[in-house]
Design a protein around this ligand. Structure first.
Ligand code: GLU
Length: 286
């Protein structure tokens, strides 16, 4: 039997809050209960927002909470060649196309009310039909571009629907059928850095042998894209479990922008790791 592998994969773009603590503690507990491994992965490809001092703070906060993880810690910023190789494989199969659009153009083109599951304007495909020569000329002229997945072509390569096993707190398992097309032609390489979250996460989960992806329910809709990419790249299918989110009193999910207190704030206010564990247990929706 393979040993279960769980991971906590924060982005070092701020200090951890109670929601992160909940996810990390849940992963570590499930790993311990299953006699499995618990990994930490630093998702720092977004160089515009991630900073090494936040990574150091993440490791310090998790250690303060009493968590142990395996070394070495994987850092996405050190894995850009792996992402490039997968992009090359998809590109050779004609599944990607360059997109030169600005945010403004994407918003202006979007049909009213048509948004992706994250709430961003749905891309209408302005660059999808661009002649190869024009695209090459744009690249040669140094115009910044993203790489998008041609969703219709990608889906045509897949046999049958996109689905996954979704676990729950009570131990039940459901099969979920996802609709990656709701995301439109998703971005797999960003203009500013050489991968997108969707691409990096599936490659890294496979590279680390992650068998159980346990993360917040805000990422539930992304799983359809992740399963599609796994199918296209021939990667193994992990089990998934999306847990509820801790929200602030007005119902927003915790975040730096919502001014949620960080673990450091709570600690400075006198909270102990046991207090955090209790809080998380009380607040995490089932
Ligand atoms: N890095 C992502 C985040 O901080 C989590 C990715 C994942 O668990 O799949 O929201």
């Amino acid at each position: 039997m393979t040993i279960p592998v769980f991971r906590f994969a924060p982005s070092p773009n701020g200090f951890l809050h109670l929601g992160h603590a909940a996810s990390a503690l849940l992963n570590a507990r499930l790993a311990a209960e299953a006699g499995g491994r618990f990994l930490l992965r630093i998702e720092d490809i977004d160089t515009t927002r991630c900073r090494p001092e936040f990574e150091a703070a993440i490791q310090e906060d998790l250690a303060w909470l009493g968590l142990n993880w395996e070394e070495p810690v994987m850092r996405q910023s050190e894995r850009l060649r792996c992402y490039r190789q997968s992009l090359d494989r998809l590109e050779e199969r004609g599944l990607l196309y360059p997109c030169f659009c600005s945010r403004k153009e994407i918003s202006a083109d979007a049909r009213p009310g048509e948004r992706d599951p994250d709430g961003a304007p749905l891309y209408t495909g302005r660059c999808r039909g661009m002649p190869h020569r024009a695209a090459e000329a744009g690249k040669t002229a140094g115009q910044p571009f993203m790489l998008r997945l041609a969703m219709d072509r990608a889906l045509a390569e897949i046999d049958g629907p996109i689905s996954w096993s979704e676990g729950s707190q009570g131990g039940g398992i459901r099969t979920i059928t996802g609709e990656p097309a709701h995301w439109g032609d998703v971005v797999l390489m960003r203009k500013e850095f050489p991968a997108s979250y969707h691409l990096a996460v599936v490659i890294d989960d496979a590279a680390q042998g992650v068998t159980d992806v346990v993360r917040g329910e805000d990422l539930f809709p992304s799983t359809a894209v992740h399963r599609l990419l796994q199918a296209l790249l021939g990667l193994p299918e992990p089990r998934y479990r999306h847990h509820g989110l801790i929200r602030n009193p007005s119902g927003e999910k915790l975040s730096k922008s919502a001014q949620s207190p960080s673990l450091r704030d709570l600690r400075a206010g006198g909270a102990t790791p046991d207090d955090i564990r209790r809080l998380v247990q009380d607040l995490l929706p089932t």
